[in-house]
Design a protein around this ligand. Sequence first.
Ligand code: ADP
Length: 484
Amino acid sequence: MAELKVLFATSEVAPLIKTGGLADVSGALPAALRAIGVDVRVLVPGYNPVIAQLAHHQVVASFDDLPGFPPARLLSGTLANAVPLLVLDCPSLYQREGGPYQNTQGHDWADNALRFGLLSKVAAVLGSSASPLAWHPDLVHCNDWQTALTPAYLHFAPGAVPSVIAIHNLAFQGIFPPATVQQLHLPPSCYSIDGVEFYGSLSFLKAGLFYADHITTVSPNYAKEIQQEELGFGMQGLLTTRSDHLTGILNGIDTDEWDPATDPYLARQYSSVNMNGKAVNKEFLQSRMGLNIEPDVPLLGVVSRFTDQKGLDLLLEIAPLLTELPVQLAMLGSGDAQMQKTARDLSHLYPGKIGVMIGFSEELSHQIEAGADMFVMPSRFEPCGLNQMYSQRYGTPPIVHATGGLADSVADCTAATLKDATASGFTFNGMTAENLYATIQRAVGLYHNTSQWEALRKNCMAKDFSWQNSAEAYRTVYLKVLGR
Ligand code: ADP
């Protein structure tokens, strides 16, 4: 069989540039696919940190006259895990202070349509007979709204290969005024309900969902949920129509980066056969977060974007009650200004019991996974979620709302699941503060039963969250799309 070649277009890739789970997936899935013989190359914009970390690069193509876009170049490089990288270099669009999507004030860049229109356009050129590269993919795999115009451009391009669009979060859709269709040189005819139009605007994501040959999303349960009104964000009709071409594949995690036995960020490494180090990490975390050094008080960890999606408002609401259980709380995250303020205020009201760090810290996120006794993730919706998998690998049972990928990756602790050794955390239905509180209370009850708690931790750490199974599932999708 001819080798399978895939262009993986993404707006972020760990460790070069990361705002969330998409970067983790883009950093790990291509490597896992290469390990099973798929020739994947990653296309990513040349933001400042990406260019800065590109050690040796070559200019492999120039795009001087893409209609509607400024001149751009393609640089070749490699990720640390040896995955070949194509960096889209267009300084006027990508090299600025701030994040990939927002400026330093947290506002979306005004020219995001152009920035991600170009990324989508170049991905489509590379997947068509107009490509300047010698390497021609069999298929383009795009991810989320930022690359979701690719299938639309491909649809109208000569000699185009098929495309797959992966939904990592349906809540972000890339909605722009209708005039953007002309600005981005999409054919006017595609601005229709059977095309890129979505309630009177251009939707990048809708374009991808409509034109891609296949749609994937990051957990089987989320694949079902997005076909319903509650979590379909207006796309449920289209997704239901396309359900024969929609597959849910649970993300894996990078098991090298997230391994308590080798993690360089930890105060002491540990493993399921030697858990002694976990207590050392707990004490370290308590000290780093300004918490009282209490070995026997359960410590709840949180690492999260502070947004409505993550349901942390419920946790903040019950935090004072939780301190009386007693438990301690160590929170790392940033986002919504009001939520940040509430969290900070709580840490001042409950010194030694609630520790809050506002910001983004890879190091501290590892230390929380290791040092906490339990990890809390009460997301309202969660396409897949990664932290609940990291926490299981670190022997830190997660407490989660049973939604999306959380329901697919955490088995609730019951008498039956403890008995058959499948229990791996605590789940609740019904998104209320009462339900969250009751579930934390249930977890704390088990924590004080040492032998059962140890058994639960062992179950967590024995689970296989590696990318291999998921990579196989993606390859199956690619082959199906290609009719091979
Ligand atoms: P999402 O992509 O919706 O933010 P995920 O759980 O899928 O949620 O992935 C989030 C990723 O970003 C995880 O790797 C998580 O550890 C990381 N992360 C989120 N917030 C922070 C933070 N403040 N500091 C460090 N890492 C963070």
